[in-house]
Design a protein around this ligand. Structure first.
Ligand code: ZN
Length: 102
């Protein structure tokens, strides 16, 4: 039994709502310095209403082998991942022209 999408009513494996939503996101990536010079990569602009932010964060964390959190519509990853973050987000279905890396 597959789960039914609440938006389009199709089984989740046929549903494209999330892919459509991903194409509409405008993503901003930046790096912030925290205490003791620790760097954190911040990903903002992904709507957690349409997209499973926790799943995106979990994929990024495993690909980058780093820690991180997803909350309030933003993902925080430990370390500076600006060099690889764009290709990873593109691989997840976000359009490269909508991703702004500072
Ligand atoms: Zn759907």
């Amino acid at each position: 039994m597959s789960e039914i999408c609440p938006i389009c009513g199709l089984p989740k494996d046929l549903c494209v709502c999330e892919s459509i939503a991903k194409e509409q996101q405008r993503i901003k990536v930046k790096v912030e310095k925290r205490k003791w010079g620790r760097e954190v990569t911040i990903i903002e602009g992904i709507s957690d209403k349409d997209i499973d932010l926790y799943e995106v964060a979990a994929t990024l964390k495993s690909k980058l082998a780093c820690g991180g959190t997803a909350k309030n519509g933003r993902i925080e990853l430990q370390g500076d991942h600006r060099t690889r973050i764009k290709e990873l987000l593109v691989a997840l279905g976000f359009p490269s022209e909508n991703i702004d890396v500072e």
